[in-house]
Design a protein around this ligand. Structure first.
Ligand SMILES: Nc1ncnc2c1ncn2[C@@H]1O[C@H](COP(=O)(O)OP(=O)(O)OP(=O)(O)O)[C@@H](O)[C@H]1O
Ligand SMILES: CC(C)(CO)[C@@H](O)C(=O)[O-]
Ligand code: BAL
Length: 369
């Protein structure tokens, strides 16, 4: 890594004073009177800015996103602002993590709304005296993939980071280039931003395991922090792709989180064997699917269960029995299928209910002490 900085603890008053009275170039120009957050599209100016932060003994927490921001993203930014003087948010829809038949083309893009949310959050952070959202990095694909155009095919041409077999399990089994793309783009973002800490959401739990492995195996000098999954009041995990659901599929989509809760209850009741933990989850998903299938096409929302998994927390390999000293990860994915027939006046969501939506969720089964 080019920049090396051991993170200090919470931003101190001294740090806070420094951020307002810093004297070095890029940071001075971007001082407290500049609009916040500052937007960077290119690597060199962001590096200059980062270097100035380093010289001023400030710390950077990085929150990588693909935009279409929601409360889940903002909760990561808040967490980063508690632990760092400066938060960098990256907004980049990375093509190499989308397979050739996936939804890259239709991925939601809400740049103006995202910037408004970040500016509002930054003002809120300023008023409580914590770290600030100082930079948004929104690169072009030419910037992120300077040598060759990004390739989403298998095996693919280009410079990639792969983790086998971790990246081929679960989400990786359904999305064969997904974790190769995630690991590769995150390595690029980490190299560009040189953060002290990186922040990822538990909602994408296998991604967090991949990132921890990336940091460990490549000796990256940064801490990985995981933020809790932000949810709707009924438990549905927030996700940028939820805008495609519409009311009918959204109401049925809760099946995944409900199923996982049922499995968790078995673990909490002392069950340790795979079958004993998972059967209620599978039974619940089957029941909901049968109920939906029995409805008329204008009333039903059907789905396919991709997997309901009970896996080791470090390898994501399936386990037959939970080792109480390690705990386990319960996770699942369902694909909400396009609506067959809309009904009169129905709220269909972006894409008129015709875009299939992959929902993922998980619950960590903690070790028993
Ligand atoms: N509900 C959530 N709670 C906490 N973190 C979240 C939540 N949803 C997403 N994140 C985290 O935000 C970061 C950026 O995710 P991303 O931009 O892909 O949003 P997303 O909602 O996961 O989108 P998608 O619909 O593509 O899955 C990731 O670390 C992700 O885990
Ligand atoms: C980490 C990430 C920003 C990499 O593109 C993406 O996978 C996401 O938004 O979770
Ligand atoms: N939230 C993970 C990014 C993706 O699904 O592509």
């Amino acid at each position: 890594m080019l920049l090396r900085l051991r993170p200090t603890a919470k931003p101190s008053i001294a740090n806070h004073v420094r951020r307002h009275f810093c004297t070095t170039g890029a940071l001075h120009n971007a001082g407290s009177f500049a609009p916040k957050p500052q937007v960077f599209h290119h690597v060199a100016p962001l590096r200059e800015y980062r270097k100035d932060l380093l010289f001023n003994k400030r710390t950077v927490g990085l929150v990588p996103t693909m935009g279409a921001l929601h409360e889940g993203h903002l909760s990561l930014v808040r967490q980063a602002a508690v632990e760092n003087t400066d938060v960098f948010v990256t907004i980049y829809v990375n093509p190499t993590q989308f397979g050739l038949n996936e939804d890259l083309g239709s991925y939601p893009k809400t740049w103006e709304a995202d910037m408004r949310l970040l500016a509002t959050l930054d003002r809120e952070l300023a008023s409580v005296g914590s770290g600030r959202v100082s930079a948004v990095f929104a690169p072009s694909t030419k910037t992120m993939y300077p040598a060759l155009p990004p390739d989403s095919s298998v095996p693919g041409v280009g410079s990639f980071i792969e983790m086998r077999p971790l990246g081929q399990l679960l989400e990786g089994a359904s999305r064969p280039v997904f974790f190769r793309g995630v690991a590769t783009v995150c390595m690029k973002l980490f190299n560009i931003c040189a953060p002290d800490r990186v922040y990822f959401g538990q909602k994408d739990i296998q991604q967090t395991v991949i990132i921890k492995r990336l940091v460990k195996d490549f000796h990256l000098d940064m801490d990985v922090r995981i933020g809790a999954t932000a949810r709707e009041p009924d438990g549905l995990a927030l996700s940028s792709r939820n805008v495609y659901l519409g009311t009918r599929r959204r109401n049925v989509g809760i099946v995944l989180s409900q199923s996982l809760r049922k499995a968790e209850a078995q673990y909490k009741a002392g069950k340790r064997k795979r079958g004993d933990i998972l059967w209620q989850a599978n039974a619940h998903a089957d029941n909901v699917l049968m109920q939906q299938d029995s409805l008329e096409p204008s009333k039903r929302a059907t789905f396919e269960v991709d997997y309901i998994s009970l896996a080791d927390p470090d390898t994501m390999e399936e386990v037959d029995e939970v080792d109480e000293t390690r705990g386990a990860i319960l996770s699942g994915a369902v694909k909400m299928l396009p609506l067959e027939q809309p009904s009169e006046g129905e709220e269909l969501g972006v894409g008129d209910g015709q875009i299939p939506v992959r929902l993922i969720d998980n619950i960590v089964l903690d070790p028993v002490s």
